[in-house]
Design a protein around this ligand. Structure first.
Ligand SMILES: [Ca+2]
Length: 146
């Protein structure tokens, strides 16, 4: 487990770094598309949300949230992702919604830094917030060199 400190501007600059952001989102999409059909089903997206741990930190839920409430939440999130109502989420929908979510997270964080502890991800992936923090660390290191 490692701990990073980030605030809204950290997340914002990650989302604003289009190449890095798109690459991360695309990689995550590919890893979530378990049956490799190029779209995310309801079940695949639900697994994604659980992986991101967004529900706990960003939607104000805790582990005592009843399952039926969680199911309703996942449904409403899926409908948000599925912009054209096709019943699946394609890469373009995934990108645009992840961007919106992370910018909302950035707004929520504002200028107050928070400390987040990350556990090692079993699939070797890193959460988006972790990647945001890592990207900023890389940039700061670059600035110090220059
Ligand atoms: Ca799929």
């Amino acid at each position: 487990m490692s701990v990073v400190i980030l605030d809204g501007s950290t997340v914002r600059s990650f989302v604003g770094d289009e190449a890095a952001f798109t690459k991360s989102v695309d990689e995550r999409f590919a890893s979530l598309d378990l049956n490799n059909d190029g779209v995310l089903s309801r079940g695949e997206l639900r697994r994604a949300l659980e992986t991101f741990r967004l529900t706990e930190t960003d939607f104000g839920l805790d582990t005592t949230t009843p399952p039926e409430q969680l199911a309703a939440l996942y449904d409403s999130i899926f409908d948000q992702f599925d912009l054209d109502g096709s019943g699946t989420v394609d890469l373009a929908e995934f990108r645009s919604e992840m961007k919106k979510i992370l910018l909302a997270v950035a707004d929520g964080l504002g200028a107050s830094p928070i400390q987040i502890a990350f556990e090692a991800d079993p699939d070797g992936g890193r959460s988006f917030l972790r990647q945001a923090a890592d990207l900023e660390a890389t940039k700061l290191a670059g600035d110090n060199r220059g």
